[in-house]
Write a protein that binds this ligand. Sequence first.
Ligand code: SF4
Length: 183
Amino acid sequence: MLLETIKHLEIFRPKCDSTKEVLHAIADLQEDISPALPFLNSELGGWDYDALNHVLLLKMAPGKWITLQPRQIAVRGCRDIAEARALVEWIKNQVNEIYARRENIAPRYTGQASLKVMEILKLLPKTNCRVCGYATCMAYAAALREGETSWENCPPLKEETFQVQLARLREYLESFGWRTLDA
Ligand code: SF4
């Protein structure tokens, strides 16, 4: 087991948050989890990964983030203490479970944040038909990059004419570990 001990867990309200409606949690770790980060990035679809400094950022849902560093896990945007504790426990289990399977996982060193909106846009039908619920294909491309919608929500892209573009789009997204945000 790579991560055995959380030495200290602090759950607190951020002073800079005027709404005072969310909690943050900081877990200080006994062990160095940096060897697990490229595998976590691969399996969990990291938003951003700084391989040099060993910092992995996971975007879980709008306003909810987990940051992993060698000896610290920070969770931002929890609705209450129970959720903060549950998320810390969940990511601790993920560190151990994914690291135990590392020989069967291709490590990933890029994150979703490196996706380019213009590259996504190039692969969309570019008709601005609004069937996806966005005002323009550009707006949809930006939301897709953020993980706020799925490539499945552009019906024209599923038409026969766009099959090659759709395959390229999926390949491009997947090469950066893209995933939709959790509901
Ligand atoms: S449904 Fe597809 S083609 Fe239509 S606006 Fe949305 S992204 Fe563009």
